[in-house]
Design a protein around this ligand. Structure first.
Ligand code: ACO
Length: 349
């Protein structure tokens, strides 16, 4: 059976390190609260101009392509996962195609937030397995620092997120013992509004029917992004933290067990678990649930915060660069996030 392997991996994080104490200049917070609740010590923020979700993704991609021994011209397809795109549309995939002067290949953007990388990897896996493409570039990248509420009002969310990018090049594996063994994707839209950025959007939930009755279509069109929304912080992410926590600690172990069962494996077989870096407390809970030792799990949220679609490829790349993942190792990726969506991927390195 044709399998997909990760032929090269790369990451990029911006130079600017922002400590918990640095955030005190914007909001009423403190290092002890942030570390105790999330495990985060610092995060990176991109340059205000000239450094975007796309440019960071491109830097990670260059590393991944170099390590895979490919050039931008070899890539057949781009898959870009992000919730913080350079533009509302078009997506970042085409901007990568332009930046790397690639052929006129397909470029797909994936909007599955914290699960974005696993969803993107799964899509790429199917294209490789079907024989359609030979070299796929999968990128997860986020520039959160440009879209957070830095006032005290938004502190429960803003302190968590950081900027960065990770990328992989997918290719057909040489043999069926190596590569992605399976991917498992799930969603439950019932809780869509519990971790979300509502505006700009077309839902108009912010307005009552009665209020809308006073406006004509042209005025309603302007409400896509209005002063009122901005005044009410409707353009910032909202998170019901405790609900996210409760669901994540159930669904992440569940989807990891699903992947293991599908391959007749057990938690003891995992050499390295890379959980989405949502919150160190969630990762530790998942680790305990599965009975994994510390050397079976890699966390780096302490240094980078939560980088959403980039968190898994960044952590995977870092673990590999540190020599924590070797050829033949069983690697498990697992995510949970906005949607809610969750997923896992099991691969033989
Ligand atoms: N600094 C200091 N105090 C704060 C901060 C802050 N940054 N944020 C909130 N507080 C205060 C609140 O004002 C509140 O004070 P009060 O009791 O006097 O009113 C108190 O701390 C508790 O606030 P909550 O908003 O209820 O915070 P909670 O204790 O739930 O912790 C947290 C927030 C850490 C996010 C928690 O809900 C959690 O662990 N959630 C899991 C979800 C998660 O981590 N998501 C990450 C992103 S989503 C993803 O990737 C899946």
């Amino acid at each position: 059976m044709l399998r997909t392997k990760i032929a090269g991996i790369g990451m990029y994080v911006p130079e600017q390190v922002v400590s918990n104490d640095d955030l005190k200049k914007y909001m009423d917070t403190n290092d002890a609260w942030i570390q105790e609740r999330t495990g985060i010590k610092e995060r990176r923020y991109a340059k205000r101009t000239g450094e975007t979700t796309t440019t960071m993704g491109v830097e990670a991609a260059k590393k991944a392509m170099e390590r895979a021994g490919t050039t931008a011209q070899d890539i057949d397809f781009i898959i870009f996962a992000t919730l913080s795109p350079d533009y509302y549309f078009p997506g970042c995939g085409v901007l990568v195609q332009r930046a790397l002067k690639m052929k006129e290949i397909g470029a797909l953007d994936v909007r599955n937030q914290c699960s974005g990388f696993i969803y993107a990897l799964s899509v790429g896996d199917q294209f490789i397995k079907s024989g359609m493409y030979k070299n796929i570039l999968v990128i997860g990248s986020e520039k959160h620092s440009f879209g957070l509420d830095f006032s005290t009002r938004g502190r429960n969310v803003s302190v968590i997120f950081g900027d960065g990018a990770g990328a992989v090049v997918l290719q057909p594996a040489e043999n069926d013992k190596q590569g992605i063994l399976s991917t498992h994707l799930h969603s439950d839209g019932e809780s869509a509004e519990l971790l979300a950025m509502y505006n700009p959007g077309t839902h108009a939930n912010y307005w009552t029917e009665k209020q809308l009755a006073d406006f004509d279509d042209a005025e309603i069109a302007n409400m896509f992004m209005s002063h009122n929304m901005i005044d009410n912080a409707q353009n910032f992410p909202f998170m019901d933290g405790p609900s996210v926590f409760k669901k994540a600690v159930v669904k992440m172990p569940e989807v990891i067990m699903e992947a293991l069962a599908a391959n007749q494996l057990t938690p003891a077989d995992i050499n390295m678990l890379i959980p989405h870096q949502a919150n160190l407390r969630i990762s530790q809970f998942v680790q305990n649930q599965l009975g994994l030792r510390d050397d079976q799990v890699h966390n780096n949220i302490q240094q980078y915060g939560n980088t959403t679609a980039a968190s898994i490829p960044i952590a995977l790349c870092e673990a590999w660069e540190k020599g924590k993942i070797k050829e033949g190792d069983l690697v498990c990726l697992a995510s949970f996030g906005s949607g809610f969506t969750w997923g896992s991927a099991l691969l033989r390195w």
